[in-house]
Design a protein around this ligand. Sequence first.
Ligand SMILES: [Zn+2]
Length: 488
Amino acid sequence: MLDQWVTDDNDITEIRHAHLLPFRKNRRNADTKLVTDTWHATCGKTNRNIRRSNKEHAVTLDLILRNATLPDGRRGVDIGCADGLIKTVGPALDASATQEIDVGERLVSSPFIDPHFHLDSALSLGMPRFNQSGTLLEGIAIWSDLKPQLTQDAILTRAQRYCDMAIAQGLLAIRTHVDICDDRLLAVEALAELRQRIKPYLDLQLVAFPQNGFLRYPRAAENLTRAIRRGIDVIGGIPHFERTMADGAASVRALCEIAADNGMPVDMHCDESDDPLSRHVETLAAETVRLGLEGRVTGSHLTSMHSMDNYYVSKLIPLMAEADLRVIANPNINITLQGRQDTYPKRRGMTRVAELHAAGLTVAFGQDCVMDPWYPLGSADMLDVAHMGLHVGQLTGRDAMKFCFDAVTSNAARVIGLEGYGLAVGCNADFVVLDAPDPIEALRLRATRLYVIRRGKVIARTAPRVTELAVEGGPAVINIATYGPNLG
Ligand SMILES: [Zn+2]
């Protein structure tokens, strides 16, 4: 376990990680060199600044994060954890702990959450061929060709490798859509097994996703029933891929009824199209209200809203708000898959994030794909996703940028209904310590995840990104994270 890196001496109860010096000092030359040396020394279990337990401390905790900045702007906060939970949050905590980390005013956030992903196809890039047109439809065709060749082991191995990468990036909960249009249901089996195996480190939610259409694929309904029995968490759909608009609406109705009958939430790929007349989100909102599913239904993508008539949208958004619909945009995928039939101007395709957020809907960003038939890039980095969403949505105001950080943390957690998430007392002791002083700087830098913590234990650690420079008169070593503005 990584916490053994920190101490194997039971008498040592407080540890100051000297490499985490106060963030906002613009360090140069000697100071910056110290950071590098101390980091490597720490990994080598030497040169630590350690002091002994103060026996007067009344409370002994498992972990204390000292001197944190929180996403809401609070500074100088100590977070005390025990039994996997947050026990106390406040300044100058008078307690000791088995492990203490002074984060030097850096940002401590709850972990990143990906509310929309496809773990069954992740890391399958080039299998059996590359997507030359880059379109959604060629991606679906490639996936259909690959499906018969898949094995349960191959899916499990790729998915597990992806989860390793996710954990390293501080991404500790993923809602993944799982294709049920493979009658063997190999992906359901593989990911249900992985959900159990990975649970100590990462929460997985599985959405039954009829990739080839719930009504269009002959055995989709039967496979959905089997997937529900196997313990799938959420009902999915893809109404814009059904043969007709009428079939699309019928699929929404049928799937919402199945969800209501089984007490399950809904998360549909909905209107992932440039067609302004693709209005299945209207049916999704109406069915949500009819069946009393408010707050439990999510519309993913909703890219047709980008191209819709403004007057129609002025009616639609209040209808979505009435249904308390949750919204997920997938900026990396929307900006690359939408607008493919356009010459110029080319539409961006991302849904109306700012307007939906302003109307009070919970809006999150998802990653959708990493190195698969639909998207050749990605690295499980939700800051990368939020960075793209910020640009595509022109969300450059201070509050708008903070919203983009929320869209891959707290909003995403709310969309998937993750329990115990947050930085309040009683929440799970899950954190990511970022080499940045605030959420906006974290986005700008796609900041290094210095520590990833799950249930009070360090499960991943990354060295600060330090570069040696050979510039006459310049610093010998720099960390670009220390070059940000001091906006304190
Ligand atoms: Zn998707």
